[in-house]
Design a protein around this ligand. Structure first.
Ligand code: IMP
Ligand code: MG
Length: 178
């Protein structure tokens, strides 16, 4: 794969691995004695979830949800493409996401998981784009902050491409102007 789409590398594979270890240790400590369910949001969270859970050293479970958000008449509507296939009543859940940008998707998903009876809902996101925020929501654990630029790699896509990169990078403007 040629890398003529890439403006620059923002976060290297080594940096992600190191940060995932730190986050895994922190989450394991915070949830000691509990059995959290990590809910990965498809598809972007998959590489980060796979890396992070290697460093969770308490009992834990993994589930997946696939949601897609779009602008509705008066608010952001979130369509559930794939729902959870089990009950999370009374469970401590941790949403795993690739990036929090406007925050609209996660705000809806967090409320949805509480409405399904979760005892607690926290968010771990590989990336945080603070300048993109349009609604009042924050993650509980972040890997890295990113500038207000379109990023790709490590699960993040542009038109379904580039999820396979082992690093996070900035896409060249020419690519998405095409
Ligand atoms: P939010 O509801 O705006 O926070 O949207 C979050 C979703 O938008 C993420 O799960 C990504 O799929 C996508 N997204 C937001 N910013 C970027 C980016 O810079 N690169 C790739 N995907 C992005
Ligand atoms: Mg996503």
């Amino acid at each position: 794969m040629k890398n003529d789409f890439l403006k620059k590398v923002l976060v290297s594979e080594e940096e992600i691995e190191k940060r995932a270890k730190e986050l895994g240790a922190q989450i394991s400590k915070d949830y000691d004695g509990k059995r959290p369910i990590f809910i990965g949001l498809l598809k972007g969270s998959v590489p980060f979830l796979a890396e992070l859970i290697k460093y969770i050293d308490i009992d834990m479970e993994v589930e997946f949800m696939h949601v897609s958000s779009y602008e509705g008449v008066s608010s952001t509507e979130v369509k559930i493409v794939k729902d959870l296939d089990r009950s999370i009543q009374g469970c401590d859940v941790i949403i795993v996401e690739d990036i929090i940008d406007t925050g609209k998707t996660l705000k809806v998903v967090k409320e949805l998981l509480y409405s399904k009876g979760a005892a607690s809902v926290k968010i771990v996101s590989l990336l945080n784009k603070p300048d993109g925020r349009l609604v009042d929501i924050e993650g509980d654990y972040y890997g890295f902050n990113t500038p207000d630029e379109f990023v790709i790699g490590y699960g993040l896509d542009y038109n379904q491409l580039y999820r396979n990169l082992a690093y996070v990078g900035v896409l060249k403007e020419e690519v998405y102007q095409k």
